[in-house]
Design a protein. Structure first.
Lengths: 118, 108
């Protein structure tokens, strides 16, 4: 069965960076896109960007350019999102999801909670 | 950017009632709309793709309709497990995907 397993919760200091992982299993990793979504406490869903694990090609929401960097490791079927220059506005739950048909998100990870605090 | 407006923000229902969620796009997007359910502290779950296409494993009481700018997600007979937030998402402007702000479904 398709599964996306994300790394655990992070508590980090302002100004630092963090790397969140998303390990895929149950399907051919390079055949589907991996999307990333942000959800602040009590708020809605916000698309961050997408990576094609097969080619390494990426696209970002303009708002997250310079903030998020997406990569993928085909050998371990794992996608990564690095967030840099962290502020309290980056405190949120971050989800990875499998991109279906270049349109929707058909499977989701369990989410990674990021808390940015001094 | 394509904006999605969901209404109302909160829906109150009793078990067994039929309920409908509205999602309006700022421009015509054909049927490039998809619906998700998110229970408290959970991950979103895909309910409907391309406005009205069903998803394997999703109960048949969930259905979708619409095209162009106006879309509707309906639950035929609400059950207590349906209490959640519901989001629409458009893919017409791929790769720039956007979500609506969501509608919260609560019990009366």
């Amino acid at each position: 069965q398709v599964q996306l397993q994300q790394s655990g919760a992070e508590l980090v200091r302002p100004g630092t960076s963090v790397k969140v992982s998303c390990k895929a299993s149950g399907y051919a990793f390079t055949n589907y896109l991996i999307e990333w979504v942000k959800q602040r406490p009590g708020q809605g869903l916000e698309w961050i960007g997408v990576i094609n694990p097969g080619s390494g090609g990426t696209n970002y929401n303009e708002k997250f350019k310079g903030k998020a960097t997406l990569t993928a490791d085909k050998s371990s079927s794992t996608a990564y999102m690095q967030l840099s220059s962290l502020t309290s506005d980056d405190s949120a739950v971050y989800f990875c999801a499998r991109g279906g048909d270049f349109s929707y998100f058909d499977y989701w990870g369990q989410g990674t909670t990021l808390t940015v605090s001094s | 950017d394509i904006l999605l407006t969901q209404s109302p923000a909160i829906l109150s229902v009793s078990p067994g009632e039929r309920v409908s969620f509205s999602c309006r796009a700022s421009q015509s997007i054909g049927t490039s709309i998809h619906w998700y359910q998110q229970r408290t502290n959970g991950s979103p779950r895909l309910l409907i793709k391309y406005a009205s296409e069903s998803i394997s494993g999703i109960p048949s009481r969930f259905s979708g309709s619409g095209s162009g700018t106006d879309f509707t997600l309906s639950i035929n007979s609400v059950e207590s497990e349906d209490i959640a937030d519901y989001y629409c998402q458009q893919s017409n402007s791929w790769p720039a995907l956007t979500f609506g702000a969501g509608t919260k479904l609560e019990l009366k």
